[in-house]
Design a binder for this molecule. Structure first.
Ligand code: PAF
Length: 283
């Protein structure tokens, strides 16, 4: 497994497979890898000849009072996981390499970036779209894999890739959960044992809405009331948003159907967690 820090070197390595028709699968991450990332890497390994992982905590997708400075890191462990998943190249650029002085270009994906996390974290998806566009130009992948825990991020990246005619297949992979249902996230590392217990309210709210939907309830007002009530029972939880949206366009709805997305962001202490489900999706 090669570890590459320079953009020019990474681009040079990507050209050879492109020339002789070998496929590159790419998993972009911010590191502190967990089983969710490993599932993306294993799928990428199956689907391509060359598997590239990037680890870059992208400063331009963090707001002023967010966790950029304390984002968890463990490069040694990340490299062990990468190796075990069959990664060929780990690309680990520095912020100075990615954003040298004079850098001034950004990618904005408009409407789909505005609600949900886009409303709570202004500018976040500009930062994500910009770095992913740069990484695609550096790694030149045939396919790139993302988790659906970041549902809106995946929708933004799909829109950007289609709108800008990027020749990359975007693969969305299912949310990987701990045994008790909490979605895997690098940010779970911030939770104290008590907060980890409180974090269960997210999956409980999703389960409650799914249960009602499966029983025939279609009113968003009713589903919303029930999902909110579950989270509000947890004293340590502060709701950022709980929203039901069209799963494709992310537009607001009054009536739910199989493709309705329930997305939530909840603060447990200092840690903001997100999770989601598509109501009619068989899990
Ligand atoms: O999901 C993430 O880890 C990041 O947002 C991504 C896609 C690697 C861009 O920095």
């Amino acid at each position: 497994m090669k570890i590459i820090n320079s953009i020019v070197h990474m681009q040079a390595l990507a050209i050879a497979p492109e020339r002789d028709g070998r496929k590159i699968a790419f998993v972009p991450t911010m590191g502190f890898l967990h089983e969710g990332h490993a599932s993306l890497l294993r799928e990428g390994r199956k689907r391509a000849d060359v598997l590239v992982l990037s680890i870059f905590v992208n400063p331009i997708q963090f707001g002023k009072n967010e966790d950029l400075d304390r984002y968890p890191k463990d490069m040694e462990r990340d490299c062990q996981i990468a190796e075990a998943c069959g990664v060929d190249i780990v690309f680990i650029p520095t912020a100075a390499e990615m954003y040298p002085s004079g850098f001034q270009t950004g990618v904005t994906v408009r409407e789909i970036s505005l609600p949900l996390c886009g409303a709570s974290r202004p500018g976040h998806f500009d930062g994500v779209a910009t770095v992913v566009a740069k990484l695609f130009n550096i790694v030149r992948p045939d396919l790139a894999l993302f988790g659906t825990k970041d549902y809106q991020q995946l929708a933004v990246i799909r829109r950007m890739t289609a709108d800008l005619n990027m020749p990359v297949e975007i693969v969305g992979m299912p949310i990987v959960r701990e045994a008790d249902g909490v979605a895997m996230s690098s940010r779970n590392a911030y939770l104290s044992p008590h907060e980890r217990q409180s974090a269960l309210c997210l999956i409980q709210a999703l389960r409650r809405a799914r249960e009602l939907f499966a029983g025939g309830e279609r009113s968003i007002a009713v589903l919303m009331k029930e999902a909110r009530a579950v989270v509000m029972q947890e004293a340590a939880a502060v709701i950022d948003y709980i929203e039901f949206r069209d799963g494709a366009t992310l537009q607001e709805l009054d009536v739910a159907d199989d493709s309705t997305l329930l997305a939530l962001a909840v603060k447990i202490g200092q840690t903001r967690l997100i999770d989601n489900t598509v109501l009619g999706e068989v899990l």
